[in-house]
Each structure stands twice: as C-alpha cells, then as structure tokens.
Design a binder for this molecule. Sequence first.
Ligand code: ADP
Length: 448
Amino acid sequence: MFDKILVANRGEIAIRVMRACRELEVDSVAIYSDADKTSLFAKYADESYHIGESTPSESYLNIEKIIDIAEKSKADAIHPGYGFLAENSNLGKECEKHGIKLIGPKGSVIEAMGDKITSKKLMRAANVPVIPGTDKGISSIDQGIKIAESIGYPVIVKASAGGGGIGMRTVYEEDELVRAIESTQSVASSAFGDSTVYIEKYLEEPRHIEFQIMADEQGNTIHLADRECSIQRRHQKLIEEAPSPIMTEDLRERMGSAAIKAATHIDYTNAGTVEFLYSNGDFYFLEMNTRIQVEHPITEIITNVDLVKEQIKIAAGNEICCSQEEVEVNGHAIECRINAEDPLSDFAPNPGKITGYRSPGGIGVRVDSGVYMNYTIPSFYDSMISKLIVWSPSRNDAINRMKRALREYVILGVKTTIPFHKAIMNHEAFQQGRLNTHFVDEHHKGIQ
Ligand code: ADP
C-alpha cells in the first residue's frame, strides 16, 4: 500500500478521497490555492501545501507545481479526483518520470477515450453499438451536408475534443447546418484547441444510462451496475439515480457486457464509466469517462463497494474486490447535486458566504460536502458545493427520503439548487420514472 497520497483536487471530492486514505491508513496531502486557504479539504488533509494563485492554471491545473509538492511531501501516489487534471494524460507522463503512481488508467487510454472520434472508432471495432454517424472529422461544409443527409435529420454536430457539455449543436434541418458546423468549430478551437467536429444522429428522447467499470492490473474487469443520469441542464447532470428505473435483468446483462467489452478492448484499468444513450429499446455508446465520477456514491451505496478505496488498492497492485457474480444490487439510491446556483435565474452561479448551514441526517442519508458554516464559496471554480445522497429499499421510498432530507438541508446566504430538487422530487413524471434527457427543459415551467 502507498504511504502517502497527494490529492490533486479541491472541494468535496478532495475530502472524499482523503476519507478513503484515512480508512486505508494512508496519509493524505492537500494542495490549495489562494482562494482555498480556508477550505475544508485543506484542513482535513494530514499535510497541506499552498500551491499558488486562485486561477486553475496557477494551481489545480499546474502539473509542474503539483509534481514539485508531491516530491517535497514524499507522496508516492497522486489521486486526481474528477475535473481539473483527471483526464489529462500529461499528468500521468510526468508522474511516471518522477516515480509517482497516478491513481487511474494508463495515459494512452485516457488520451484515446478523451477524443470522441477515436473512442467511437475503438468502440465500433470492439463491437459495441455506437450512435449512427461518421467516425471521421468533417473536412468541408459540403461533406458535412452530405453526411447529414445520409444520416437523416435531426443530427448533432460535436467537437471531437469536447467535454462538459461544451461543443455540441443540434440541427433539425439543412438550413441550420452550416452555421452549426462553423460555430461548433470555433467553440471547439477556443475551448479545446482543436477544431475537429463530426456529425452523428441526434436521438430525440434518449435516456442517459451509464455503467460503472472497475478493472485491476491483473486483467480482471467487472461492472458495478448502472446509473440513470437523464436529469440534466445544458447537458450537465443534476440528479442521478441507481439503478435506472427501467433496468431489467436482461437489459443490465446486455448493457453491462457491452460496457465490459468496451473496457477490455482498450485494456482499461482502474475505475471508469461507460456512458450510453438509450432510446426505444436500443442503446448506443456515448463516451467513456476515465476517472471516478461525481455520481459514484449512488453506486457505492447499492453495491456496498467503496469505489475510491478500490481505486487506491488497484493502483497499489491489489486484485479487484469481487467477481461479477459477487456484485449484488441492493435497493435504490438517488443523488442531488447541490450547486450554489440560482435555479430561478437560469442556474447562474451564486458564490458567496454561507451564513447559515445545517446538513441533513438520519437513516439512509449521506452528504458529501466541501463547505461549512461561515465558509465563503470562491467564484473561481465549479459551483457544486455538496452532494446529497439517499438510499432506501425501493425507489418510491428513496424519493420520499430525498424529499425529507431536502427539507432538512439549510444553506443560507447563497442561492442553491435545493428548491429545484424539491420540485423534481414532487413531479409526477419523475415519480413515475418517465425520464429522458429533455426532462428539465420540457418541465421547466412546472419545476420553477
Ligand atoms: P460531454 O463529453 O460534453 O459530456 P457527451 O457526449 O457525454 O458530452 O453528451 C452529453 C449529453 O449530451 C448526453 O447525456 C445527452 O443528453 C446529449 N447528447 C450527446 N450526444 C447526443 C446524441 N447523439 N443524441 C441526443 N443527445 C445527445
């Protein structure tokens, strides 16, 4: 086992990783920016080092400084969490040069799956169903028009290097295509430094269903069931649940084996997620996330596997916790992302000082949070401040438990997504499990 792990992240996920370290009796090292001097994770760690100014390029994205602190603190491994450097293959390369273990898959796999065109090609080769369309970047507008015609409208123009819901444009008819291609190219080039875009079929009312993968370095790969993440705003998840309300044994078997096929085809190691869009009984590979995800706790709760501890153990050379047959799904879990955003003002970020705080508790409630009373949420980073997770034997009971926990959650001083979550939990269509990725847009008025 490692002696000391540097957590190259901040907020709730930094604390989540440090909790796993503590249970494994491994020391944790925090790095914190100017804006995070008073953040909880910097206090929680066994050792904390100031890394630099608040802007991510001077702090959580600065590989050189991170490696420097890892060496100074004698950390023998780095956990990147999610976001920031979690899917940056250069961190892995630098770690290797310095004899530090990066907790995650190999750099070459991160690179391949980070590019949507490359990953689609790999999945097609692995016989995993992909969304109809091309696996080639479009070379000219004329070619784009021909491709869209052959796929049939509506189509979606996507940046190959895209992520975080950025670099995607839906096109319903040819008239809109040229503008969509040009604008996606320009967004892609400024946000990701790569203007390659491609076109695929736009599935009109899909559900987003993903599978948690875990693979060790001895060649064992399992999945830990599914999560439904159809409640999204601007292609960003807001509520996740496990299992998916439409999951059956047969569907889990089919989607789960496709997810395993995807992972084994690329020699995947450590934790990862294979995302699918599900539509009219069919499912298609969307992308693979080569890291621990925000919504990992709902899987932990229904499978009773600590995914972060597993990640660390696997990186240290241990075999995976369990065989596929040993993975059991128990009950139902829901997660609400508590963001410091104003749901009545188009989810605009609302950083500031928390002047009153009481987190919910009681049976079946878990809060993974990075904040506390009198804490000032900085404006430099993501607006997610906490995750409220509940478990119950049935989906109905889990919804009622979430409603109860949301009522208990007091956060004063900043606007949060709590009222939005309450409205969703009370929404008939949600209660009936009638979900698709347009749920929020379709029911928006009713929800506000
Ligand atoms: P990102 O990498 O930016 O997160 P993804 O490719 O994972 O982007 O897609 C995010 C979301 O965008 C999906 O969950 C879905 O809601 C929507 N989406 C992406 N591709 C399609 C498609 N072909 N048809 C319909 N919706 C799509």
